[in-house]
Design a protein around this ligand. Structure first.
Ligand SMILES: C[S@@+](CC[C@H](N)C(=O)[O-])C[C@H]1O[C@@H](n2cnc3c(N)ncnc32)[C@H](O)[C@@H]1O
Length: 884
């Protein structure tokens, strides 16, 4: 079918040529990464614990004594006042909780961030186009990939400045923010932070463990998270309930404060349950003088607890420094009879001779107002500020301002009269304020239009997703295009989505893979209007273009609206104009897509996990503990789950005698008592190829029948090694995924043993020829029974997402094609670019067969499959392995 002829629509993203960020290394280089940094210890401000202030062991005691001395010896009043103010702060009431006073400091590891994935919607679109036109595309340019050699990445990481790309980061917000501060010196550079943390109410209530299932049940074993980073973050958060929650929040707020620009703002979204506590924390960290407002916004879901229904949540807005905070007022359109226009209850005839009140019917339905009649409010013409106020005569009657003063002088009153702005109501002279003098009104701190009824078009992709209108307002109020926005609680990525829409740069962090997978899909497939830029070469930081425009009915519809004020008429000045930041000029013919972005993660810096005595003996010891814990778990839960109700049973588990590399040995029921070997991967990292290599060598030398590799995550080359282990090392091997519940200690007491260890699927892909090009098909996920070596098969169309890198370089994964099988994820872009691509081309992106592509220089392709729990499984293949 040939594409229909239609108006040409271009798809393009915003770029940020004026911003840079330090080069981060790519995943795979971590083994050679040398620039380790020690953990950082942060001291809390001890002046906040008054009972400790005068304890002589507390350094604050010295500080207090010094301040008293300063007051007594002060040479000026200001100096004494300043010291007294500090002293007063030291003994102000404060919020205390278990562990706060005792813990004077906290330590955070300083970890580098590694780039795991590069994404660019433009690449995916261009790849489809290339299929049609045979045009060569400059992939690195579209990915904004600077293509540093591994050597440069290792030697010059964090020194060299690269072009800015937006960032999705996997990791605990505390560790990631510490990395941004210590490795990248990002302190003072973030313009706005939006934080929507767990509300501190119920364990698990903010988590969605499955990519495609938004139902979250509390305390349901099946729905608990299985991800190690997330489980750890939550174990820390909830160990002491509210006490731990407060410490968790306070620590993160401290980092947020350090990251904020002097004119920056933070917004913390919270429910009524803990609003009062979080507000006190914000007072403590930012200072009560820096609160800018508490916003009440109507939620999309109502909570009815048998009493007053809870319909709203709060956003606590603090500035780093309220005196210099960046602020753009947001305006809403005035609608007669509604908020912002409630005082407009008078009508004036077209010739200006008759005035009367609006009827109730006209108020309820403004369409009943006769044509040409103007709506106004009879506003006060007096003020409490002194003005010479002699009586003023109007239409033969004399009026006085009563006990007050006229708002303007005699000359001003005369000008108002001449402009037909005076009206008599009862006995008083008033000012005619027409509704269209200013067609908008300022947004207040009560947002009633954010519930379902207000914005129905938005579809939730994440269980606790915030209405984007809410975050949009916060972004627009406190940032300009090109500014940097951070969200340490990404969830479904609403902040990143909104920041992308409005040309802001963004960084978003989440400890859990499921929300990150959802956010990635949402961003990759989004479309936005093209807001006209003042200077395209400079990108959004040059600002958007705003214009004054009216529709056919004379209504102001542009981004600049006149603001006619009494003062201007009285002083014969031109009217003021106001910019509506949310109404920039839009260019038709361009569909804006998300700009290039990266997925990054914290990875512990290399330590010698492989047990050869690393530099850090504490870590090696920790690993020994981990191995003995795992051994115990394997003894107690000796089932390796295969899915479909099948499992391999393990018996006689014990540590092997005199081993160099292996962690355990056992027998499986079907091996006729032949011993098999086990190796456990690290507690905090992925199983490496090196680990398996050494284990396999030893397993073979000691004639074990099989090697089981148990880990929480695995590197792709290690996964590949396992598949070929029998051929390479002479012993078959199987990867077994351990559930991260194991790291949760006692929190999950009723774990079902069959779910602790499961044999993990491996994507099965096929490369085939298509008219001189190549195509990749995801045949499915294969699950091998290690005993019978038979496979269970899940079809390629049954995975939530899969990605193809057509030129895999062995380190970072470049998403050249992104597939969301059996979904309409790409529909919005497909619709916007209608007619420019063959329908069938888009079908690829909703299925299991890629669009055709040219073989490339690396000779290697990689396929990454995202499973239902957000786990990533990567396989690589050489392009020479063409089948059919
Ligand atoms: C309420 S949700 C945010 C929802 C988001 N506003 C949206 O619109 O989708 C909170 C998120 O914070 C994440 N989170 C919780 N603790 C975290 C931590 N310590 N570090 C990073 N992310 C964390 C959770 O995984 C969850 O996705």
């Amino acid at each position: 079918m040939s594409p229909k002829k239609s108006r040409k629509v271009e798809a393009k993203p915003y770029e940020h040529p004026e911003s840079a960020s330090p080069m981060r290394p790519e995943v795979g280089t971590q083994a050679s990464f040398k620039k380790k940094k020690p953990p950082v210890t942060y001291r809390y401000d001890s002046s906040l614990a008054p009972e400790m202030v005068w304890d002589e062991k507390n350094p604050a005691c010295e500080q207090g004594e010094a301040l008293i001395r300063q007051i007594m010896e002060a040479e000026s009043l200001e100096e004494a006042q300043d010291a007294a103010e500090k002293l007063k702060r030291m003994s102000a009431p404060f919020l205390n909780w278990a562990g706060k006073a005792e813990q004077a400091e906290f330590t955070v590891p300083t970890l580098p961030l590694f780039i795991h994935e590069r994404l660019s919607t433009k690449v995916i679109i261009e790849t489809l186009k290339a299929h049609k036109t045979d045009k060569q595309i400059d992939l690195p340019l579209l990915f904004a990939d600077p293509q540093h050699s591994i050597r440069d990445q290792v030697l010059r990481a964090y020194e060299h400045q690269d072009k800015w790309v937006n960032r999705l980061i996997l990791g605990d917000s505390l560790t990631v923010m510490n990395s941004l501060l210590r490795y990248e010196s990002l302190g003072g550079q973030v313009q706005m932070i939006y934080m929507d943390p767990p509300y501190g109410v119920k364990f698990g209530s903010n988590f969605q463990p499955f990519v495609r299932n938004r139902n979250v049940k509390h305390n349901d074993d099946e729905h608990m998270s299985r991800e190690p980073e997330m489980v750890k973050a939550y174990r820390d958060t909830w160990e002491l309930g509210l006490h731990s929650y407060l410490a968790y929040m306070r620590d993160r707020l401290l980092f947020c404060r350090e990251l904020l620009h002097p004119t920056g703002s933070i917004f913390v979204q919270i429910s009524d349950d803990n609003e009062h506590h979080v507000r006190q924390l914000l007072d403590e960290v930012f200072g009560p003088e820096n609160v800018c407002g508490v916003i009440t916004f109507v939620k999309t879901s109502t909570q009815t607890l048998g009493l007053l229904p809870w319909v709203a949540d709060k956003i606590l807005w603090y500035a780093k420094d309220k005196e210099s905070v960046k602020y753009n007022q947001i305006y809403l359109s005035k609608e007669l009879g509604l908020e912002g226009a409630s005082g407009y209850n008078m009508l004036e005839s077209p010739d200006g001779t008759t005035v009367r009140r609006l009827t109730a019917d006209e108020k309820a339905d403004p369409r009943l107002i006769p044509g040409g009649w103007r709506v106004f409010s009879a506003s006060d013409l007096t003020s409490s500020h002194y003005n010479p106020s002699e009586p003023y005569s109007f239409n033969g009657q004399t009026y006085t301002p009563g006990h007050r003063f006229w708002s303007t002088n005699r000359e001003g009153l005369e000008r108002l009269e001449k402009a037909n702005r005076l009206v008599v109501i009862g006995q008083s002279l008033r000012y005619k304020r027409y509704i269209d003098d200013f067609s908008v009104y300022p947004l207040s701190n009560l947002w009633e239009d954010t519930g379902v009824a207000g914005f129905t078009s938005e579809r939730k992709c994440y269980v606790v997703q915030t209405n984007s209108k809410v975050i949009e307002r916060c972004v627009l109020m406190t940032t300009d295009p090109g500014d940097l926005v951070l969200d340490p609680t990404c969830g479904g990525g609403t902040t990143a989505y909104v920041a992308e829409q409005w040309g802001r740069r963004w960084i978003t962090i989440d400890v859990s893979r499921v929300p990150l997978a959802l956010a990635r899909q949402r961003l990759l497939t989004a479309t936005f209007p093209w807001y006209e830029l003042r200077d395209e070469n400079r990108g959004p930081s040059s600002g958007f273009v705003y214009k004054r425009r009216q529709n056919k009915k004379g209504k102001e519809v542009g981004g600049i609206v006149p603001h006619i004020k009494l003062k201007a008429i009285a002083n014969d000045l031109p009217p003021d104009e106001e910019v509506l930041v949310d109404r920039p000029e839009q260019t038709s013919g361009i569909t804006r897509v998300t700009g290039p972005f990266v997925v990054e993660a914290t990875i512990p810096t290399p330590v010698d996990w492989e047990g050869n005595g690393g530099e850090d003996s504490g870590v090696a010891e920790g690993h020994a503990d981990h191995v003995s814990r795992m051994l115990e778990v394997l003894r107690l839960s000796p089932l390796l789950h295969l899915g479909g109700g099948k499992a391999v049973k393990v018996k006689k588990v014990r540590p092997p005698a005199k081993t160099l590399n292996l962690s355990a040995e056992a027998v499986t029921d079907d091996t006729k008592e032949e011993p098999v070997a086990f190796i456990f991967g690290p507690e905090n990292g992925a199983v490496s190829e090196n680990l398996i290599y050494h284990a396999a060598m030893e397993a073979r030398a000691k004639s074990y029948a099989h090697l089981y590799v148990i880990g929480f995550a695995i590197q792709p080359d290690a996964r590949k090694y396992i598949e070929d282990c029998e051929a390479i090392a002479g012993v078959p091997a199987t990867y077994v995924q351990a559930t991260p519940d194991l790291l949760m200690g006692d929190l999950l007491k009723n774990m079902r043993s069959s779910q602790i260890f499961s044999v993990c699927g491996l994507p099965e892909v096929r490369i085939c020829k298509a008219k001189g090009k190549l195509q990749v098909e995801l045949l499915g996920l294969d699950l091998f029974d290690p005993v019978t070596m038979e496979a269970n098969h899940l079809h390629g169309n049954d995975v939530p997402a899969w990605f193809l890198d057509t030129n895999y370089n062995g380190t970072c994964f470049h998403v050249c094609q992104a597939f969301f099988p059996r979904t309409g994820a790409w529909n919005s872009i497909k619709k916007a670019l209608k007619g420019q691509y063959e329908e069938g081309v888009w079908d690829h992106l909703a299925g299991s067969l890629s669009a055709p592509f040219e073989p490339t220089d690396s000779g290697q392709i990689a396929v990454k499959v995202i499973d239902d729990r957000g786990n990533e499984l990567i396989v690589t293949k050489s392009v020479t392995e063409v089948e059919g």
